[in-house]
Design a protein around this ligand. Sequence first.
Ligand SMILES: C[S@@+](CC[C@H](N)C(=O)[O-])C[C@H]1O[C@@H](n2cnc3c(N)ncnc32)[C@H](O)[C@@H]1O
Length: 212
Amino acid sequence: MSNWATVKLEAIVYDYGVEREWLSRPVGALLWGTDTRGLYRTIRTLGVLPAGTAVLDVPCGGGVALRGLRRDQDVRYVAADISPVMLDRTRRQARRLGLRVEAVEADITRLPFPDNEFDVCVSFNGLHCLPDPALAVRDLARCLRPGGRLIGDTIVRGAGWRQDLAIAAFRRVGLFGRGGTTADVKRWLTDAGLRVDRLERSGAVTRFAATR
Ligand SMILES: C[S@@+](CC[C@H](N)C(=O)[O-])C[C@H]1O[C@@H](n2cnc3c(N)ncnc32)[C@H](O)[C@@H]1O
């Protein structure tokens, strides 16, 4: 289990930043050398998911991805995270936006959902926080129906020495896990039986899309 299950201040500070595009943009550029606009662009694509789509968002954090949904959109949206603090924020965000969201406390490596349950899994900024990201990707793939899609992003090693130092520092305080490089992300996806449709790095952030 990572420190995220118990930390409070760190979770709130992170979520405060990511919920504000004007703030996450300079922080993302300075700390990770990334253009965070790509994250919000991907999130906006959730708004065109057809009626009846079942979506799993894990780790949902404070619910940053909810902004991509429309109030009148007929989707089943399940938001899961190991942190009760983050789940409370997601519930509040859902209420603010007038959305129906099932918030579930869960470990991404042991998801409490049946096989083939979801059409889409989204996983933003989470895999680098885990002790075993490959295991998490395998469980996400298990929860996807055949033909379902996994989209997300994760911080990766190998973008530059400053970013690698930052990763090492977050690891020391238990907020980051083993992580990997972009090549590792590709391997986690393919080893889980997914076809990689998109894999691109922006600074120390690798964005991916894959199909089961
Ligand atoms: C950096 S935040 C990203 C959250 C959100 N997707 C976002 O982009 O803002 C990482 C999240 O991973 C969650 N987390 C860490 N380990 C987890 C695990 N084993 N299972 C589920 N969630 C986990 C944390 O509680 C935290 O909310």
